[in-house]
Design a protein around this ligand. Sequence first.
Ligand SMILES: [Zn+2]
Length: 614
Amino acid sequence: MKYFITLLLITFCLSAQAQRTKIDTIVAEVTYYDTIVTVQVIKRTKYDTTFIKKIYKTADPKKKIIKDTTKDGNSGNKKPPMPVAENVEEAAPSSPSLPKATEESLPPDIDTPTKHALSISAKELRFHLEKLASPFYEGRETGKPGQRRAADYIAKAFASYGLPGIGLEGSYLQNVPLISETWEDIGIKVNDKEFEYLEDFYCFVKSNRTRAMTERDEVVFLGYGIDDEEYSDYEGVDVQGKVVLIYQGEPMNKDSVSYLTGTKEYSDWTYKWEKKLEVAKKRGVRTVLFIERNIPFFVSRYSYFLTQPYIRVAAQDPAKGYVNSCYISTKMAKEIIGNKFSKVVAMRDKINSTGKPQALKMKCKIQIRQKENKEKVDGSNVLGYIEGTDPDLKKEHVIVTAHYDHLGKKGDDIYFGADDNASGTSAVLEIAQAFANAKKEGEGPKRSILVMAVSGEEKGLLGSAYYVDQPVLPLENAVANLNVDMIGRIDKFHPNDPNYVYVIGADRLSSELHEINESMNKKYMQLKLDYKYNAKDDPNQFYTRSDHYNFAKKGIPAAFYFNGTHKDYHQPSDTPDKIDYEKMERITRLIFYTAWDLSNRTDRIKVDQPQEGK
Ligand SMILES: [Zn+2]
């Protein structure tokens, strides 16, 4: 209550001062407890056509017009203290709300979206970001207390904007049930000889299912384990319930031409590890053993996946599509093959020289232990809903997402994730607030807006994967997804140019989404839209690496806003002091304008591009 009275007083004083001095724009900052209240008083000037430009210029902190209007002289130029919250209560955001700018108080050239876009400010973005990337949130790792505190912070912000709770039991949360898997017991014995895990063999917990014990007295050598129209190692071989031993890759003749492709190009049988495990599953194999010549190299390359728990959406187990598998050293392979070793090598060479498959049964006692430890992990998506104002169009909605989870703590190191992705999360909060305010002022969007902060992104885009499976609003009514992931820094390709953003995926499903984003940018923001990472053959494949991808896979046009990586990417040094908040403000406003157009246009945008893989 006290808060509102203070705000009213400030607003009144500012208005009075504006009348006296005929300044058309006053930006004032007042620190109230640990909240910066940014107050903009916009006064009509008949012929002022530079109004919007003026606002953009104030984005430079040195040139800012700041009036100190508080009696106790709390200067607006001074950076207000940002104490680290010590408990959840303190972490709760106050709602920095803007006074209403009435129609009469606006200059003639300001349009409705701009009026609301202007409420998105570097100050408030900074306020949220410094909170979310503070030690209290402990790097926001999915399933950990820091992530739950961050969810609570975001939910309280949505509540302060007056949004309805459309999540679990009237809350803002969608619970994301996850499972964390690690090896509890992993081992292979051949002829009673125990082999060493990560030295003689390795297996991914992700692509295996728990099998406490597989015991056989025979292993089948099955060439390359390929089952294709051109070439099949399975034809005429009984593999039901068997352990099979195969080579990686595919047969190539003496001129290095593949029997599968008929060219020097490899087929998917070489590139896609899943393929051999899928066909083995169909053929009834129990376990596949891949011969791997360089175990130390791959153990080092895949050390993260081999040593960290694998976390997945509880209801989706990718391992169900595969048979169990292990990568074994030639030392172990020799023990399995025994005195038939030279025969097996000769068979492989024969496959390569003739293109004809070869198989061999080998007697040996093999015991494989693959027992997983599974633990439940709860992630959560935080949902903010602004219902559309058009009775017909409001059932359609635009989804604006950002992941709020990050990498957590390792030892004493906190991975603060200021850019990744406290920046996107703060943007989503500001966009939610701008739409909520627009609605309060009777200028709400025609279609509905769903703003969503998702978790589990760093574990494999899990929060968004869960959402598209269990949507709270019918997915067929989702017009588009705008996803914000890392917008607070610059990369090495733009050393002195904070005026850019990478836009990825906007044209992949709908040419209109691309055009709308372009035209909003041209009209309002004039950022350099960089499409470098949108190239389909870009080796980084960022298109598949953030949450929009899960929406795109469901046929929903999606755009990803991104600043590229930098030396602090996924390091504890990704901290709030390195963020360019003015840049964030510009990008967030562009996203708001694009969402505004998508939600207010007469016709829903069309999917007019072929969907990949369909
Ligand atoms: Zn990220």
